[in-house]
Design a protein around this ligand. Structure first.
Ligand SMILES: Cc1cc2nc3c(=O)[nH]c(=O)nc-3n(C[C@H](O)[C@H](O)[C@H](O)COP(=O)(O)OP(=O)(O)OC[C@H]3O[C@@H](n4cnc5c(N)ncnc54)[C@H](O)[C@@H]3O)c2cc1C
Length: 489
């Protein structure tokens, strides 16, 4: 689209509230015939007027250009102020327990981001090295007017943002592009469970249930943009373990993610309500790798599912409960509980109960290596571990069983917690996600759950066993599928 068209009086471009007004007021930010609720915005350091320099979208958690409110906001600032726009991604050579499997999923996705940026005439810069010093140096050596970034509740991302704030004077604005109802706005405290956050989300869902507009051609550049990241150098910069290889089942990138979404919507969603807990049927969405890396947005998945709500009301309701309420509850927990990845973060009743059962006799005790090698006495547990190691994604129902058995078969709940997070983050493509920290803490530490009948080792933590699984699905079939290395999907 040409600039003239953009500026046509018939275009709602003229209706924009100026971003600097928006940043100091509640209301809507109008753009591209759409509106973005400004409650998505968190100001770390406000923008000085007039803006002096390039607008940088510091892409981090939401690794896409389409369906991304943070990008939308950055592009809006660029258009409003007629300033150049650039996307910058800072690639750390290590990240928590990620391996080549997760890095390659991300890098292959970033290649598609770069391609999309080129098609929109937007420069894309990939910075390699330790995030804070590398980005600080970049910001200090370029004329930057504002940095817009996306929201992430993990501690490491907070450290990065604080590092940028303390070492530069650059304005820094965060836009929640991950949650449908913005996390910092919907609640200002740790929620007890789905039952406390659900009404808050539901009450506001209509207001926020809107897709961001299509990105626009960037016109504020001096020349045609050709992005030429050297991807061999990118891979060479990594300092991660190569022992966990990329998944052959879940292919990386937005294009693959859109296909997975299409398959779910056209073939599986109707059975989601009844079969999602049966790991032999594969009737789950498999969207988590794409949502984790932000290659897809939750809103675009939700919009498509909602169109089938009349036809398959129960299935769509269950899916939206997981995709919105449960997923956004996880962000809430990690944002407001700094101990989201340790025993200390468990609720008091759970800590007390686990402490009381610390010295209970364990029937089996396994080391990290034995768990890692699927070498327990339980063929069902080993099958779940194999599914994760081989495909990069364990079925959601099996994740609960898998983590609870680690609690049962280790010396302490702390050790169980550490092992579960380590294996989860090492093998799952979607690991290192708020959902993962909460899933493990739910299974081992009663987070977002209630106290159950007391029993050895578990105390009042909810128990699961082999027979319970056998009553729900064909356990032998699941074990067979994993040992045959067959893909269900
Ligand atoms: C021990 C344990 C570890 C887990 N580790 C992770 C992890 O590392 N990364 C991760 O994304 N999820 C994790 N989960 C949550 C859940 O199991 C996965 O999100 C789900 O299995 C992903 O597969 P799917 O996309 O096919 O799910 P679907 O059932 O199709 O659900 C659709 C989407 O809803 C969300 N969702 C589904 N279940 C949950 C849940 N229980 N809590 C929060 N959001 C949910 C996810 O975004 C998911 O992609 C874990 C759960 C447990 C019990």
């Amino acid at each position: 689209m040409q600039l003239l068209q953009l500026l046509s009086p018939d275009n709602t471009y003229w209706n924009f509230i100026k971003p600097y007004d928006v940043l100091t007021s509640y209301g809507f930010f109008y753009g591209y015939n759409h509106k973005m609720n400004t409650n998505r915005i968190h100001i770390y350091r406000s923008i000085e007027q007039p803006i002096q320099g390039e607008i940088v979208y510091w892409m981090s958690r939401d690794q896409r250009i389409d369906s991304n409110w943070a990008f939308t906001y950055a592009q809006q600032l660029s258009i409003e102020h007629k300033l150049p726009l650039r996307i910058v991604f800072t690639l750390s050579p290590v990240f928590l327990d990620a391996t080549l499997r997760q890095y390659s999923f991300m890098i292959e996705g970033l290649k598609q981001v770069e391609k999309r940026a080129t098609s929109l005439n937007i420069p894309f810069t990939l910075l390699l090295g330790e995030v804070v010093p590398t980005f600080v140096q970049y910001l200090q050596s370029h004329q930057i007017g504002a940095v817009i970034t996306d929201f992430d509740p993990l501690k490491i991302k907070k450290i990065w943002k604080e590092g940028i704030l303390s070492q530069t004077n650059v304005p820094l604005i965060e836009v929640d592009a991950h949650n449908i109802v913005p996390c910092k706005w919907v609640s200002q405290k740790v929620e007890f469970g789905a039952y406390t956050i659900r009404p808050k989300i539901k009450k506001n869902l209509d207001e926020y249930f809107e897709s961001p507009p299509q990105p626009m051609q960037n016109v504020f550049t001096t020349s045609e943009v050709v992005n030429t990241t050297n991807w061999d150098d990118v891979y060479a910069s990594l300092k991660v373990s190569n022992s966990v290889l990329p998944s052959k089942v879940y292919l990386p990138g937005r294009e693959a993610g859109l296909k997975v979404l299409h398959t779910f919507i056209s073939q599986k969603v109707e059975s989601y309500g009844t079969l999602r807990n049966d790991p032999t049927k594969g009737m789950i969405s498999n969207l988590s790798p794409y949502l984790h890396f932000g290659q897809l947005s939750a809103i675009e998945c939700a919009v498509q599912a909602k169109q089938l709500a009349e036809e398959f009301p129960e299935s769509v309701a269950s899916f939206l409960e997981e995709l919105i309420v449960r997923r956004e509850l996880s962000d809430n927990f990690c944002l407001y509980n700094a101990h989201y990845d340790s025993f200390e973060g468990f609720p008091d009743w759970a800590k007390k109960s686990l402490n009381e059962h610390r010295n209970d006799k364990r029937d089996f005790i396994y080391s990290l290596e034995e768990f890692d090698n699927s070498a327990t006495h339980d063929a069902l547990w080993n099958a779940a571990q194999n599914e994760m190691v081989k495909t990069g994604k364990m079925h959601g129902y099996m994740r609960m069983y898998w983590a609870k058995k680690i609690l049962e078969w280790t010396k302490t709940p702390e050790e169980a917690h550490t092992i579960a997070i380590y294996l989860n983050d090492r093998y799952q493509i979607d690991g290192r996600d708020p959902n993962g920290y909460v899933g493990v803490a739910w299974s081992i530490g009663g987070v977002h759950d209630r106290a159950w009948f007391e029993r050895p080792v578990y105390g009042k933590i909810r128990y699961m066993n082999y027979n319970g699984c056998a009553s729900k699905f064909d356990v032998k079939q699941y074990i067979r599928l994993q040992s045959d290395d067959l893909s269900l999907f």
